[in-house]
Ligand binder design. Structure first.
Ligand code: SAM
Ligand code: SF4
Ligand code: SF4
Length: 334
């Protein structure tokens, strides 16, 4: 059994938010009305340094973590991110990956690959510029994100996954064009149900396009069949095109929760550990790292936090839990 196995949920997967800042203002994540010009992002001194992140990751790897995903905010706005990638890549045979909005990927892909990043996930909510803008609230051409995806492919950061959040009445019409575009490219398009993360995005159940509806609409034009999960705890349900031209995934955390298999922890940019995406409180690892605490003491604290974990938010979601003051998505990175 893994050293950290709570209710059959070992700690395998760590997401690290390297910044709380972003150059986009997605309506489902950092709405402009809240994250406007006056918003106080974390001061630099409160953000973990690359050396502090490296130390913590070494500890997590010792506890069984094998998958590390860098995220944010937008991870590529953190200066010299490739220096962190280089440090983490030296820590073992890790599935080292990154989720990005793709805006800076064309410039960064090669340096990231050289530093040891294995692959990337790129978020893209539409191929149509006007719809894309209505989701991310900035003027950014889709073509630049597509150029970033191409650069990532050329740099060998594959297999690439594409994340598309679907919001009722905003980008539903983009579902089929996106499926057609990515079918047969070797990239896996994953549809994510709009979630009630944080407390600023005005989430309503009516805004969610259920995963089963997405699968059914694609299947009508491009026949699909289900595929079993490739590993325990895989969050996306997989479907393959019957003509053999690839797969899609759906992440149905609202309509079909998967808490029983959740093996993931999240480290925020300011060094707090969250054992659930919908947590209201984290464990302050930064204070520990900046104290005289030994690795053994840090291990003890975080093992205790993981063992005490009873998270199953998605299974108990209700109109009441949706209103809790939860941590923001841009803070813990999805
Ligand atoms: N900025 C990067 C990006 O957008 O890929 C990384 C951070 S972002 C918080 C990570 C993922 O969370 C993205 O794929 C984004 O689409 C998704 N996301 C953000 N808010 C969401 C929400 N309310 N519901 C579902 N997915 C969300
Ligand atoms: Fe930025 Fe990513 Fe959140 Fe969009 S989803 S606002 S790109 S952090
Ligand atoms: Fe894991 Fe929490 Fe999501 Fe459930 S709601 S799958 S426990 S992060």
């Amino acid at each position: 059994m893994d050293p950290l196995d709570t209710l059959g949920r070992p700690l395998h997967d760590l997401r690290i938010s390297v910044t709380d800042r972003c150059n986009f203002r997605c309506v489902y994540c950092m709405p402009k009305e809240v994250f406007g010009k006056d918003f106080q992002f974390l001061p630099r001194a409160e953000i973990l340094t690359f050396e502090e992140i490296e130390r913590l990751v070494r500890i997590f790897v010792g506890l069984g973590v094998r998958k590390i995903r860098l995220t944010g905010g937008e991870p590529l706005v953190r200066r010299d991110l490739e220096r962190l990638v280089e440090k983490l890549a030296r820590l073992g045979d890790l599935d080292l990956t990154l989720t990005t909005n793709g805006s800076l990927l064309a410039q960064k892909a090669q340096a990231l690959a050289t530093a040891g990043l294995r692959r990337v996930t790129v978020s893209l909510d539409s191929l149509d510029d006007a719809t894309f803008k209505s989701m991310n609230d900035v003027d950014f051409p889709v073509a630049k994100v597509l150029a970033g995806i191409e650069a990532a492919q050329a740099a060998g950061l594959a297999p690439i996954k594409i994340n598309m959040v679907t919001k009722r009445g905003v980008n539903e019409a983009s579902i089929l064009p996106m499926a057609r575009y990515f079918k047969g490219t070797g990239m896996t398009l994953r549809f994510i149900e709009f979630m009630d993360v944080g407390s600023t995005n005005g989430w309503r159940l009516d805004d969610v396009v259920p995963a089963r509806e997405i699968v059914a609409s694609i299947d009508r034009e491009l026949p699909l069949e289900p595929v079993g999960p490739s590993y325990r705890g895989e969050v996306a349900a997989r479907y393959r095109y019957k003509d053999g031209s690839g797969e899609i995934g759906v992440i149905s955390s609202v309509t079909q929760p998967f808490c029983a298999d959740c093996t993931r922890a999240r480290l925020s940019a300011d060094g707090s550990l969250y054992t659930c995406l919908f947590a209201t409180e984290g464990l302050d690892l930064r204070t520990l790292v900046r104290s005289e605490a030994s690795d053994a003491e840090i291990i003890e604290r975080l093992a205790a936090a993981w063992r005490a974990r009873t998270d199953r938010y998605s299974e108990v979601r209700s109109s009441e839990t949706a209103g809790l003051r939860k941590i923001e998505m841009s803070f813990i990175g999805g």
